[in-house]
Design a protein around this ligand. Structure first.
Ligand SMILES: Nc1ncnc2c1ncn2[C@@H]1O[C@H](COP(=O)(O)OP(=O)(O)OP(=O)(O)O)[C@@H](O)[C@H]1O
Ligand SMILES: [Mg+2]
Length: 312
């Protein structure tokens, strides 16, 4: 009797310890994920923010000087006009020179040229703003954020991977944005979710490039579709990221969110991207992350997020 009781007691204790151990292990994995995520993000974020900052100064000089340059050019043309009025016959030398440099053309082209420099500077300014949006560091509470800004800035960072390469045509990104309200979130973390999902989509398309024939690719070009919608009740938003890359088998689909699960070669994938994305969406934001995929046809991830922070 006593022995039996002792054994039951022992069994219960062992079970409890096993559960505890399991919980500790899970906790450890989550903490590790968070550490990796923070480390990855802060390294990239610092770099991006640093570059954006360094670009801003020289762009500032150019932007600041373009307007006076435009004014000086107008003044000089005015002066030339005046000379030409006062000296209608300046002599052969000057007439030859005016023709050689094509003064009429310069008069027409120079202001346009300066306008296009202005456009270029504006564009660089937008890019550097976008870089700063991407690398913004989160506070320890959620703040309202325009998700489209986050997606756009992430696409900008990944742009070099969308361009045509030696053997591949460009990857087209189609944005179908709904009318979204600002979402209370950790913006830097959500940018990382967008980054992980988009990088996977590009990987899947590149892999598909390797497998398909060029003629086939040209017939149905590779594409990433990003669709955002506000739910009818106005309380949730959805972000759908779909690619027509290699897709996955049922078996892979079951495991995509698993910690360290990867089908990519060493050095290409660590199997952390989706585990981190899921942690950010589900645990940090009370949302959902769903996957749908057909082998050989493509993959679709859907992020569902509450508009307002429900955790307070
Ligand atoms: N869009 C997709 N199309 C096809 N397979 C995908 C897609 N997204 C993810 N997968 C599969 O899920 C696996 C896990 O993805 P996850 O992002 O977690 O890790 P990874 O991309 O392999 O490595 P990394 O840590 O660099 O992100 C991938 O190895 C791939 O097999
Ligand atoms: Mg990945």
């Amino acid at each position: 009797m006593g022995v039996a009781l002792q054994q039951t007691d022992l069994l219960i204790k062992t079970r409890q310890q096993a559960t505890q151990l399991e919980q500790t292990l899970q906790h450890l994995q989550e903490t590790q994920l968070q550490l990796v995520q923070n480390e990855k993000m802060s390294a990239l974020g610092n770099l991006v923010a640093g570059v954006a900052h360094e670009i801003n100064n020289p762009v500032g000089f150019i932007a600041g000087n373009l307007k006076p340059a435009q004014d000086y050019v107008q003044d000089l043309f005015g002066l030339i006009n005046l000379y030409q009025e006062k000296l209608p016959n300046p002599g052969q030398d000057l007439e030859d020179e005016i023709e050689a440099i094509d003064l009429e053309y310069i008069r027409e082209d120079l202001p346009k040229l300066i306008d296009s420099m202005q456009l270029g500077v504006n564009r660089i300014h937008e890019i550097s703003t976008s870089l700063r949006t991407f690398s913004r560091s989160d506070k320890d509470y959620k703040v309202p954020f325009n998700l489209h800004d986050g997606i756009d800035s992430t696409i900008l960072i990944l742009k070099h991977r969308l361009k045509p390469h030696e053997h591949y045509p460009a990857i087209e990104v189609v944005r179908d944005y709904g009318n979204l309200p600002q979402v209370e979130c950790f913006a830097g973390q959500l940018n990382q979710v967008f980054m992980n999902l988009l990088a996977n989509a590009i990987d899947a398309l590149e892999e598909s490039h390797r497998q398909r024939h060029l003629a086939n690719i040209q017939a149905t070009p590779h594409q990433i579709l990003i669709q955002t919608r506000l739910a009818e009740d106005g309380e949730q938003v959805s972000i759908r990221i779909a690619d027509n890359g290699i897709g996955m088998t049922e078996e892979v689909k079951q495991r995509v969110f698993d910690y360290l699960f990867t089908t990519k070669s060493v050095g290409k994938g660590t199997g952390l991207g989706l585990a981190i994305a899921q942690q950010i969406v589900v645990e940090r934001h009370g949302g959902r992350l769903k996957v749908d995929s057909v082998l050989g046809q493509g993959t679709e991830f859907t992020i569902i997020l509450p508009v307002t922070d429900e955790t307070h």
